[in-house]
Structure formats: structure tokens, C-alpha cells
Design a protein around this ligand. Structure first.
Ligand code: IDP
Ligand code: MG
Length: 150
């Protein structure tokens, strides 16, 4: 159970606004283990695949334009309940509905500029991790904090 993984990405606005460190700080402080990270200016093909479930939405073209407007920082975080807890840490899709204390609740305003992505289920996490990372980009190590977390 402590090996559940989620895909988290700081979106182009989060990168431009200098929020990468704040996001990493929150996931590290929570106790999740970083197993992969890279900066990537995603292609439209990659983003079309990443957001394939939303392709019929009216905002889809704007979303792809936004997400390809600059580099993102893609990460994989591991730990018990990483997917669900990760979503709680992010807040709601619309920052206006996100509570203070969440990343979106604290750090952004507009639904079209909501600074961060997080997988919404274990199944989509596994799909997204495979889409953004090669197997050999996922680090395998034991965190010295493990026995103090579980
Ligand atoms: P999520 O990122 O919280 O999982 P989704 O519904 O999967 O939310 O939507 C993916 C992304 O699409 C959102 O994070 C946001 O960037 C964008 N988005 C969602 N709904 C809207 C909208 O109504 N207007 C503009 N952009 C939207
Ligand atoms: Mg989503």
C-alpha cells in the first residue's frame, strides 16, 4: 500500500510563477517519496493523450494551448494513499472552490490557470506515469524516513 504512485505536474503557469519548490516542499513534508521528476515542454500529441478523456469538452483547445505554452515539471510521488491524498492537497479543479491550505486554494485564482495537475485514480496515475516517464526514469530506493512514516 505504501507503494501507491501518483503523477503530479506543475503546469506552465506554476513554473513561470515560481511555485515548483512550494509544491515539492508540500509533498516532501507530507512524507511522500519522490521517485521521478523532469522538466518538459510537452508536445500537443502528448497532451492530447494525457487529456484524452476531456477531448469533447468546450475548453479542450484552450487547455491544450495552456499546457503547451511552456515547460511543465512532471513528477511521480509514492506513498500510502498518494493518489487520493494528492488530490486533497491540490484542492478542487476550480481554485475558487478550493479551501485555504490546499495548493490551488492558496496559490491561484482562475480555473484556466490552476497551476498543478494530479492523477484522479490509481488507474489514471499508472497510465499517466507510463505516458510521461520511461521505466528507467523511475528511481528505486528506500527512504530513510520509511520506518518513521509507517
Ligand atoms: P483536474 O485537473 O482537477 O483533474 P479536470 O476536470 O480533469 O480537472 O480538468 C483538467 C484541467 O482542465 C483542469 O485542471 C483545468 O486546467 C482545465 N479545466 C477544467 N475545467 C475547465 C473549465 O471549465 N474552463 C477552463 N479550463 C478548465
Ligand atoms: Mg483530471
Amino acid at each position: 500500500m505504501s507503494e501507491e504512485r501518483t503523477f503530479i505536474a506543475v503546469k506552465p503557469d506554476g513554473v513561470q510563477r515560481g511555485i515548483i519548490g512550494e509544491v515539492i516542499k508540500r509533498f516532501e513534508a507530507k512524507g511522500f517519496k519522490l521517485v521521478a521528476m523532469k522538466m518538459k515542454h510537452a508536445s500537443k500529441d502528448l497532451l492530447n493523450e494525457h487529456y484524452i478523456d476531456l477531448k469533447e469538452k468546450p475548453f479542450f483547445p484552450t487547455l491544450i494551448k495552456y499546457m503547451s505554452s511552456g515547460p511543465v515539471v512532471a513528477m511521480v510521488w509514492e506513498g500510502k494513499g498518494a493518489v487520493k491524498t494528492g488530490r486533497v492537497m491540490l484542492g478542487e479543479t476550480n481554485p475558487a472552490d478550493s479551501l485555504p491550505g490546499t495548493i490551488r486554494g492558496d496559490l491561484c485564482i482562475d480555473i484556466g490557470m490552476n497551476i498543478i495537475h494530479g492523477s484522479d485514480s490509481v488507474e489514471s496515475a499508472n497510465k499517466e506515469i507510463a505516458l510521461w516517464f520511461q521505466d528507467d526514469e523511475l528511481a528505486s530506493y528506500t527512504s530513510c524516513a520509511f520506518d518513521w512514516l509507517y
